[in-house]
Design a protein. Structure first.
Length: 139
């Protein structure tokens, strides 16, 4: 995907529903089978009252949103994540990216990466630093 959006101020978003299937697949991939994510009876007794999605699912969805909104071919150099509120199974979340800095001579962009629920609750606050892909540099 070619990019024409590597400019300070560019903002876009992607909306995704976090499903039980995603949680099961993430547990299989990562080996993280914490009962807060996997066991309804266990999770019902926690402060959340029900199962929550792995926080890193939001992190992975941020990665996907960067490709969908900015373009492919880039590489992560860093990503900060602050988990503010839980994501429950079947929550609809929106990943919003905003380019806050571009160093064209280095081919590097800084991107604000935030995730919110449909009700407006912020669930993740973060910032990514990416090396812009070759297809983005000449867009």
């Amino acid at each position: 995907m070619a990019n024409r959006n590597v400019e300070v101020g560019f903002t876009d978003s992607v909306t995704v529903q976090v499903t039980d299937k995603m949680v099961q697949q993430f547990a299989e991939l990562s080996g993280d089978r914490n009962p807060i994510h996997m066991d309804d009876a266990y999770a019902a007794k926690t402060r959340f009252g029900r199962r929550i999605a792995h926080g890193m699912i939001s992190g992975a969805l941020i990665s996907a949103a960067l490709v969908k909104t900015i373009g492919g071919g880039g590489v992560y150099l860093g990503q900060s994540l602050k988990f503010v509120n839980p994501v429950f199974i079947d929550d609809v979340i929106t990943i919003t990216i905003k380019i806050t800095g571009v160093r064209k001579e280095k081919g590097i962009a800084t991107v604000e990466t935030n995730v919110t629920k449909a009700n407006g609750d912020v669930v993740v606050k973060g910032e990514a630093v990416i090396m812009v892909g070759a297809d983005m540099e000449h867009a």
